[in-house]
Design a protein around this ligand. Structure first.
Ligand SMILES: C[S@@+](CC[C@H](N)C(=O)[O-])C[C@H]1O[C@@H](n2cnc3c(N)ncnc32)[C@H](O)[C@@H]1O
Length: 213
């Protein structure tokens, strides 16, 4: 195995290990945060070259099933912004925020923003475990290949709003959480109406946050 392949393989294993530790114990995220940030800062310049053309196919299939268009959407762990651009293209009236821990990913996302989306897609450096957004700020929050922090996720989704969680390689994705676990965590935080999607090699889950009682 070449040195670069070995490094990439170790990076994928570390991302899976981090996901497996942090999802059940989000308090441990502070231990992993600096390493994950450095890892993705390093990947930012080559990230798009590593993506297959259909990497977000399942994410898009779930977006296509939304019963109504969101006015405000967040793509969390946006990387170079592919998910944010996908949401903006599907919902032409939506204002879209792409947020990521990695400053270099956000710099790439800003650089790659198509001119016709620039007025309604913006990018921010932010940590999903402690988001700088108001309660109920978004009708849609999407995560593609990203570790979910369920309390913050539930806080920023508006009542009646939706969450889409996608993994480009299904269960083989380095950052992966099984659908049963996603449904359990989301269900305990007021989400329901779960729908599963598969497209290309990927899988995705759509869930709706209940209206206020
Ligand atoms: C595997 S990449 C996915 C990027 C993009 N969503 C895609 O599918 O092309 C994961 C991204 O999540 C970001 N990330 C990881 N943990 C995060 C956190 N707690 N808050 C915000 N971003 C995070 C990383 O910096 C990285 O850009």
């Amino acid at each position: 195995m070449r040195h670069s392949e070995l490094v990439a393989s170790l990076g994928r294993r570390f991302a899976r290990f981090t996901t497996d530790v942090v999802v059940p114990r989000p308090g441990l995220w502070r231990v992993f945060r600096p390493v994950i940030r450095r890892q993705f800062d390093g990947l930012a310049p080559v990230w798009n070259d590593m993506r297959s053309a259909d990497a977000l196919a399942a994410y898009e299939a779930a977006l296509a099933a939304l019963p109504e268009a969101p006015a405000r959407a967040l793509d969390l762990g946006t990387g170079t912004g592919l998910g944010a651009f996908t949401i903006a293209r599907r919902f032409p009236q939506a204002d879209v925020v792409g947020a990521d821990l990695s400053e270099r990913m956000i710099a790439e996302a800003r650089r790659l923003t198509p001119a016709d989306l620039a007025s309604r897609v913006r990018f921010e450096v932010a940590d999903a475990s402690r988001l700088p957004f108001d309660d109920h700020a978004f009708e849609l929050v999407g995560l593609a290949n990203m570790i979910p922090f369920f309390d913050e996720l539930a806080r920023v989704v508006a009542p009646g709003g939706h969450v889409v969680i996608g993994f480009s390689g299904g269960a083989a994705t380095p950052i992966y959480v099984p659908p049963e676990r996603l449904k359990d965590e989301l269900g305990r935080r007021g989400f329901a109406d779960f729908a599963d999607f598969a497209a290309g090699a990927g899988t995705a889950l759509l869930a709706r946050k209940r209206d206020r009682a």
